[in-house]
Ligand binder design. Structure first.
Ligand code: IPM
Ligand code: MG
Length: 372
């Protein structure tokens, strides 16, 4: 029996997670495992009613689960950034989910906007560092003078900055990006190990030509790490160039490892070349601990409860979850079932079908259950 926590969250989140649960339960029936679900009401409604984003209690309870199945957060009644930082990023940091795994794979039957490219050309994985870089949340916006202490607390290390800033600009803002040797090494090693299980090719992304301190360190660590993996072919690309190559020659890529912020940007591009945000899953992984699986899209509040949201990204994230807990056959069966639903046209409007969210999800669940 696997213990899995669910956080439906906001907007379409609860509906799509409901479909994901159907599919994973069906996988359990077919492959003989059970899942014990516990739902958490973390999200905008609770925040608006009680002021609570993520409490100590939430965190200590969540830590008892193998995995968290996450829908989406973001709500028009809450200032942008509050829920994203207070819930999603806090979960990534608290559980030290240092790998953000984002497969970019064009499924059979899905159209890509890239002319002349097909499923054989678009099949790679982005490994996004998920705890450092410009996401650490240290920065400030002020006028004239400021003396401030900023800190980053992680399982791996603690960092404190004491900054005294004098400025005669009308107003200034700054944001500090943090890259560490150990933080870079662990995610790069994960990417090398993954490349070893695939086509043994790893591309590293940075902008070391301009942001030469933070990404210079990233690059140095990569140069060192690759010595341990002589069987893996490697290359460096600058982030601006990789956006061009994703469009021009996606078939070059196998595994791509990237610092956090560039990973955020290039995976939205990746989602588009694999057919749209409705099809893009992500895993936030701590190989030793509680990990979290989610669609990479947001909460799309205007589609809430209309039965129109595409559940595939979330269902696919469920497949990543199954992989993570060791149910590899079931994980593969889920992706096969998603492809079957696409082939049979039982899909939502964004993919040209007329099925609602629940019908699309149930169909995939049925395909998983029966192995058709
Ligand atoms: C993503 C999202 C998040 C991020 C936001 C919602 C904080 O864009 O998962 O890619 O920037 O990481
Ligand atoms: Mg993003």
């Amino acid at each position: 029996m696997y213990k899995i926590a669910t956080i439906g969250g906001d907007g379409i989140g609860p509906e799509i997670v409901a479909e994901g649960k159907k599919v994973l339960e069906a996988a359990g029936e077919r492959f003989n495992f059970g899942i014990n679900w516990t739902d958490f009401d973390i999200g905008a409604d609770r925040y608006l009613a009680s002021g609570k984003l993520l409490t100590e209690d939430d965190l200590s309870e969540l830590s008892r689960f193998r995995a968290i199945y996450f829908g989406a957060i973001g709500d028009e009644r809450v200032k942008p950034g509050v829920l994203e930082k207070g819930i999603l990023l806090s979960l990534r940091f608290h559980f030290d989910l240092y790998v953000n795994l984002r497969p970019i794979k064009l499924l059979n039957g899905v159209e890509t906007p890239l002319t002349g490219k097909g499923p054989a050309d678009i099949d790679f994985v982005v490994v996004r560092e998920n705890t450092e870089d410009f996401y650490v949340g240290i920065g400030s916006r002020f006028k004239k003078h400021q003396n401030i202490e900023l800190s980053v607390a992680r399982e791996l290390y603690n960092i404190k900055f004491g900054l005294d800033v004098e400025s005669d600009a009308e107003e200034i803002a700054y944001q500090i990006g943090v890259v560490t040797r150990e933080g870079s090494r662990r995610v790069q090693e994960y990417a090398f190990d993954l490349a070893r299980q695939r086509k043994k090719k790893l591309t590293s992304v940075d902008k070391a030509n301009v942001l030469s301190d933070v990404y210079g360190l990233w690059r140095d660590v990569f140069t060192e790490t690759k010595k341990k993996y002589p069987d893996v072919t490697t290359e460096f690309t600058f982030v601006d160039a990789i956006t061009m190559w994703f469009v021009k020659n996606p078939e070059w890529f196998d595994v791509v490892v990237t610092p956090n912020m560039f990973g955020d940007i290039i995976t939205d591009l990746g989602a588009m070349i694999q057919g749209g945000l409705g099809l893009a899953p992500g895993g936030n992984i701590n190989p030793q601990g509680t990990s979290m699986f989610e669609p990479i899209h947001g909460s799309a509040p205007k589609y809430r409860n209309l039965d129109v949201a595409n559940p595939i990204a979330t269902i696919w994230a469920g497949s990543l979850l199954l992989d993570h807990i060791g149910e590899h056959t079931a994980a593969a069966a889920v992706v096969i079932a998603i492809e079957k639903s696409i082939r049979d046209g039982i899909v939502t409007k964004d993919l040209g079908g007329n099925a609602g969210t629940a019908r699309a999800g149930s169909y995939i669940a049925e395909c998983v259950r029966t192995g058709m």
